[in-house]
Design a protein around this ligand. Structure first.
Ligand SMILES: [Zn+2]
Length: 286
């Protein structure tokens, strides 16, 4: 099968910003850390690795987490610039400081600089995704503006092992409020709540028409064990790897393991090509 494959969740990030603890975690048991770090500033090398794996397009995931990870809002112009090297093959995801005085304006600036989607990371940004109903009313501006501008928001769901991560914010259920209050906002549940919240994620995907999920960060071999009713929501799922995050071996290895799963051909095709094409427009042929 000749597919134009999109990996919607790849972390090409400015690793020179990483704080020491996060850096140690990122490099843990990674013999190729130095090569990867060089790649982060070399778009040609990113594209070569995509070509080698047969991946036509990637979502380049960046977010703002200055105190936990070291990533400031400077990641946004950085990722926008990176994606300009191959706009048809890289979808820039940027981030927002949810405690900024005018976070809605920040969303608009992202759109203006060429960022095409937003990544929020509650455990690394230390906020609840529905905090606009409680102690962070301005957060509603982020969702409202993104909804208006048609920018999808990917939200990290599931536990994180980075030092200082607040896993009390890792549960996807607070996103139910977004589905109620911002019905036209496209929300992508990254990692389908792994490893603790598969059922909550499944429920949210079925309840909210504009909710999607990505399978990144779940070892493909265990995907159907973790998310047994995958086929029932196949129209709302996106393939992704989370590479080169901790424990994710590589694009090609992950793709081969996914292709080896006992899934109908049309389901594989939906996750790898048809669904990301519906969400972001058609990926190029490579
Ligand atoms: Zn990720």
């Amino acid at each position: 099968m000749e597919l134009r494959i999109t990996d919607v969740h790849v972390h090409i990030q400015p690793w020179d910003m990483l704080l020491p603890g996060a850096r140690a975690r990122m490099g843990h048991r990674r013999a190729d850390f130095a090569d990867l770090e060089r790649m982060m500033n070399d778009p040609g090398e990113v594209l070569r690795r995509m070509d080698a794996a047969g991946v036509a397009r990637i979502g380049v995931i960046n977010y703002v987490s200055p105190s936990l990870m070291g990533f400031t809002e400077d990641v946004n112009p950085w990722v926008a610039e990176l994606a300009r090297h191959a706009p048809d093959r890289m979808i820039a995801f940027g981030g927002v400081d949810v405690r900024a005085p005018e976070p809605g304006e920040a969303v608009e600036r992202l759109r203006d600089m060429g960022v095409r989607a937003i990544k929020l990371h509650p455990p690394h940004q230390e906020f609840a995704a529905n905090a606009y109903r409680h102690d962070l009313p301005r957060l509603a501006e982020v969702y409202g503006r993104a909804e208006e501008l048609g920018l999808p928001i990917m939200v990290h769901t599931g536990t994180s092992i980075f030092p200082g991560a607040r896993n009390v914010y890792a549960d996807p259920l607070p996103l139910d409020d977004l589905g109620v209050d911002f019905p036209n906002l496209v929300v992508i549940l990254a990692h389908l709540g792994r490893p603790l919240w598969a059922e909550a994620s499944f429920f949210l995907l079925r309840r909210h028409p504009n909710f999607w999920g990505d399978v990144s960060g779940i070892p493909p071999r265990g995907l159907l064990r973790y998310f047994p009713r995958l086929v029932e929501v196949a129209d709302k799922l996106l393939w992704g790897t989370d590479w080169p995050g901790p424990m994710v071996p590589g694009l090609a290895e992950n793709l081969q393991a996914f292709l080896a799963l006992d899934l109908p051909e049309e389901v594989r095709r939906k996750l790898l090509q048809d669904n990301p094409d519906r969400l972001f427009g058609p990926a190029p042929a490579i």
